[in-house]
Design a protein around this ligand. Structure first.
Ligand code: CA
Ligand code: CA
Length: 511
């Protein structure tokens, strides 16, 4: 029959019109610079086993609150919803009394009994891996707790540099290090012990990385040997270093140790200033970005963050200015997730938790609050995962004015454009053919905005106050769409004609 022949021709044509347009780079194997890290304090995250709450006082911020490995396992859904690809944990090792933060180690071969058993920890790693989430832990290389048996062992006197308080930079607030015995890492037995223990945890539990605090306090020969040893133990093993400095040149000096990533302390202050309120020029923040690209050997591996367990929480900056934290965090996170570098988000950022100086910045996680930021982070993570240009691409700032920022990322065939309107009014911008390839379209992946290049080969982007959008440049679907609509109209007219003809025929028969 004529009707079915036409349908057979038309239907495949219709399908062709809805095929996705090209423009995104081919999916490649995940590398560390593609990761996004969620850092949490085990004790403050989730308590799902009361049988290990031996010395807990939830009203005292300087004591254990009861969080454990089982609690984290039960919250893996939450972390997966946020889209993080790596979880970083505070130290898991057995600690002395009130060592809730994990830095008062008394045994490098045992888990802290209040966090759970090593089997529970292994289960946590396995369940995270089953969800394609990596797990890294803090490995304290510089100090042990005062209750560590070595401290009072006369045979181990040379294992320590001294037992005097360690002076640290005041602004970094490393209070728990003060008074801790410092290890003599150049002593061959100490070096061997720490490296053996680090390798043992990798072999035993299959973790994916270590975070090292206070790299600048350590023997650099030791750090170099430590890093090369752990990297030889597991393929793609990752080491993140914390150098407490606001000077990029000082941090860059430690790149020769082989550490993969460094916490980007120098960028934090300007970034917080840029996003704690609207209408602030991004000049300094964008200059920091440029400095990173110029200074570091691996700028794309710099670990970028807005706050951590040693800082006043970012939310506090907003509250002090009577700003609503939601939009502030959304814009800041959009920036953090779309510029070169690995984002590290400190737990409870997703609920915009407030907190002052340590230990007030280590509050108990609350899972029963507002979901707004949680959903946004999930979306942001998914866009970052979809677009390799955001983690691997070049960056070019196209526009910046008082918090309205537009930048372009390019990787292989993929071009993305990030627009952040961190101002108190609607903003628009015209991107010209010399900034962006003409005759294509920009597809927004956060809010679903669509911008086509106009007859003058320009893209006119309009964004509401405090909103952000991440666009990917794709071939115009416009022609296909019009074609599809036309085909649908033709089909509809055809069937309508058949229907009317049939009805007319029936009527004629009746007559
Ligand atoms: Ca517990
Ligand atoms: Ca203990």
């Amino acid at each position: 029959m004529k009707k079915s022949i036409i349908a057979l021709i038309l239907i495949p044509l219709l399908f062709l019109t809805v095929l996705p347009a090209s423009g995104t780079a081919a999916k490649e194997e995940r590398i560390w610079q593609d990761e996004s890290i969620y850092y949490l304090l085990i004790d403050r995250y989730s308590n799902r086993d009361n049988s290990n709450d031996y010395d807990v006082d939830v009203r005292n911020p300087e004591r254990f609150h009861g969080g454990d490995f089982k609690g984290i396992i039960d919250r893996l859904d939450h972390i997966e919803d946020l889209g993080f690809t790596t979880i970083a944990l505070s130290p898991v090792f057995a600690n002395g009394k009130d060592g809730y933060h994990g830095y008062w180690v008394e045994d490098f071969y045992e888990t802290e009994e209040q966090f759970g058993s090593i089997d529970e920890f292994k289960k946590l790693v396995k369940e995270a891996h089953d969800r394609d989430i990596k797990v890294m832990i803090d490995f304290p290389i510089n100090h042990v707790g005062t209750s560590h048996p070595w401290v009072n062992d006369p045979d181990k006197a040379e294992w320590f540099i001294d037992k005097e308080p360690i002076e640290t930079e005041d602004n970094m607030n490393k209070d728990w290090l003060n008074g801790l015995p410092a290890l003599n890492q150049d002593h061959p037995e100490v070096k061997e012990y720490l490296i053996d223990a680090a390798n043992w945890w990798i072999d035993e539990t299959n973790i994916d990385g270590y975070r090292i605090e206070g790299v600048q306090l350590a023997s650099q020969n030791f750090v170099t040997e430590f890093v090369s040893a752990v990297k030889a133990t597991k393929k793609d093993f990752y080491v993140l270093g914390d150098v407490w400095s606001n000077d990029p040149n000082e941090i860059a000096q430690f790149e020769s140790t082989g550490i993969d990533s460094f916490a980007d302390y120098p960028s934090v202050a300007a970034m917080r200033d840029s996003f704690k309120e609207p209408d602030v020029a991004m000049t300094e923040t964008l200059a920091d970005l440029e400095t990173n690209l110029d200074t570091y050997e691996n700028p794309y591996m710099m670990a970028r963050f807005l706050d951590n367990q040693d800082m006043v929480r970012f939310t506090r900056d907003m509250i002090e200015l009577n700003q609503h934290p939601g939009p502030r965090w959304r814009n800041a996170l959009t920036y953090l997730f779309t510029v070169p570098g690995i984002p590290i988000v400190y737990y409870a950022s997703e609920i915009a938790v407030d907190g002052g100086e340590t230990p007030d910045n280590r509050k108990q996680m609350d899972f029963r609050t507002d979901k707004e930021l949680i959903e946004y982070l999930g979306q942001l993570s998914s866009v970052r995962e979809q677009l390799p240009s955001l983690t691997r691409g070049t960056i070019e700032v196209l526009h910046e004015e008082d918090g309205f920022t537009v930048f372009k990322r390019e990787y292989e065939e993929e071009t993305s454009v990030v627009v952040i309107n961190n101002t108190s009014g609607t903003k628009d911008i015209i991107l010209t053919a010399d900034q962006l390839e003409a005759n294509k379209e920009l597809r927004g992946l956060l809010a679903g905005d669509l911008v086509k290049s106009n007859p003058d080969e320009e893209y006119h982007i309009v964004l509401d106050r405090e909103e952000a959008e991440i666009y990917v440049l794709t071939d115009k679907a416009g022609f296909n769409l019009t074609y599809g609509i036309t085909l649908l109209a033709v089909l509809f007219a055809f069937f309508l004609f058949l229907f009317l003809a049939k009805r007319r025929g029936m009527r004629n028969n009746k007559d």
